[in-house]
Write a protein that binds this ligand. Structure first.
Ligand SMILES: [Zn+2]
Length: 155
């Protein structure tokens, strides 16, 4: 089975909903993202995702209230940093990022060159756009690339 990297990034939309309050017709705009479970995740504040962490209350997330997949947003813009992810995918993304970041922190790549090399080698543009397979592919590639770099580095 061929691994298909995500080339489009997170897809989210504004939806206007009509409601009535005190006899008046009102509208509200909901920003939402289709979840793999077929429910729509809504953009919410951090208190819904991390009730035990007040420092995150003002941060924005897309959260699926059916399956608990979520993803954080860029500060200020409310743009999602990636696609919705369950706990396992969030763990795999963190691992992939740790290995990938070593390339530009410790092994002579610039950050931009590391992203370019990942795109060419694995097809992945951003780790946060990927699910299980993409994260595992990045981790394997980054580990192999680190070994290759170490062979060229002076002992
Ligand atoms: Zn869901």
């Amino acid at each position: 089975m061929a691994f298909q990297p995500n080339t489009k990034g997170p897809q989210y939309k504004e939806k206007t909903e009509t409601y009535y309050i005190h006899g008046r017709r009102k509208q509200r705009t909901v920003v939402r993202m289709l979840c793999e479970c077929s429910n729509h995740a809504e953009r919410v504040t951090g208190d819904l995702v991390y009730p035990e962490r007040p420092e995150l209350y003002r941060k924005l997330f897309f959260l699926c209230l059916r399956c608990n997949r979520y993803v954080g947003c860029h500060a200020g813009s409310g743009i999602p940093m990636g696609t919705l992810a369950n706990q396992e995918v969030r763990r795999l993304r963190a691992t992939a990022h740790q290995w990938f970041d070593r390339l530009w922190r410790d092994h002579g790549y610039t950050r931009g060159a590391a992203y370019h090399a990942m795109k060419v080698a694995v097809g992945v543009r951003h780790i946060g756009w990927e699910q299980e397979e993409g994260c595992k592919a990045v981790t394997e590639w980054a580990k192999a690339e680190i070994v290759r770099c170490q062979m060229k580095e002076p002992a």
